[in-house]
Design a protein around this ligand. Sequence first.
Ligand code: SF4
Length: 455
Amino acid sequence: MLSLGDLAEPVPADLLAKYDVAGPRYTSYPTVPAWRDDFAPDDFARALRAAGATGTPVALYGHFPYCAAKCFYCGCNAVTTSRPEAIDRYLDDLERELDCVVGELGRFHRTAQLHWGGGTPNHLDDRQLERAFRLYADRFRFTDEVELSLEADPRLVSREQLRTLRALGFTRISFGVQDLDRNVQEAIGRLQSPALVRDVCESAREAGFTGLNIDLIYGLPRQTPESFARTIDEALRLGPDRVACFGYAHLPSSRPHQRVIEEAELPDAPERAALFQLAVRRFTEAGYAWIGLDHFAKADDPLAVAQREGRLHRNFMGYTTMPAAHLVGTGMSAISDVGGAFAQNEARLGPWRERVDAGRLSTVRGLWLSDDDRARKHAIQQLMCNLELAFDDIPPGVDDLRARFAPFEDDGFVEFGVDRVQVTPRGRFFIRNLCMELDAYLPTQQGQGRFSRTV
Ligand code: SF4
């Protein structure tokens, strides 16, 4: 592992300007804009059957779209409601969808991971949480080491809810904190006091959660290095096992609710970079390992150990030590990576409901991966997760990698060794730019306004 020593130096402004382009975050490769609209429910069914035939454990994702109110910065597929009966109806539909999924995959397929995201999974009341859990537990067979995790809004957490979740077997919880400065919180439409977040984290520990994650966002309106430093220090006092520090993606043309955010109050590219660098410095100085693109984990956390040992993985749910060969996404808008294909469910509630009510899968797009896709996907994963690419893993279609990476080598982002190229600490800030050189689809996608800025 290369030293983090030069992180003390700010990344020069000319490099930030040079590499500040629109680009994918590479939660998948090929990225969603490359997927095909003629990938049909029958294709997804075939992919599920292929995964079922292997017998290898799957990871499950459940999407719970409901939130109490819409945050201005939201980039998720979320629906606001205060009506419990709306959530009950969603669970009815989810049950139908899960029946379709296990009809193809096979009932009681072994499952190594279940993660609930949203939306706000803990907008469900205790009865609904128990019912949602049974929807999965009655159809899949959890392995002995299964990890059950969920995302949660601290403002909706109660001690009783945490006890319910623990009784169901959930051991990891990710709290959406974002920023603890009141001024920033007002600008993003999400008020939650540091005292409330502290109380919720303590309650989660008391309830027996062994994995406590905190999500922060940099690049929000009114954030300053001083205010964000206070947020980071407060986050450190919570003692999280893992921290995600995502860059805010301001895309008001495709997310109209973000128009409420005053663009003049957003940090510019150098300021954003400085905020992220601040996070990297503060967390690493506090003993956390910098994981992949934008995560931090305690040095003895399994994610940190996996990265040190070169076996970290990433899927749509985030970084993981569990290389489940198949990820099955359930619920509206959910994405699957299964049986050699990507597939996405209908993202609009009404049309999703119509399809599952008719007893059909709701797939609206997807892609069968070619050998070239698979080779590039693996190479991008290696860079994003393990910060290196062995020459043996260079995709056949990228035999000019050395030439492509020459500008990055000149700028100190990568170092070529005898059998691999390694990403330097400075290069980690530009890792999306490196991956873009391995992306065969990008030349036809750029300029479509689909991607956020890389810096
Ligand atoms: S709680 Fe999360 S998913 Fe819901 S609106 Fe806010 S940011 Fe979006």
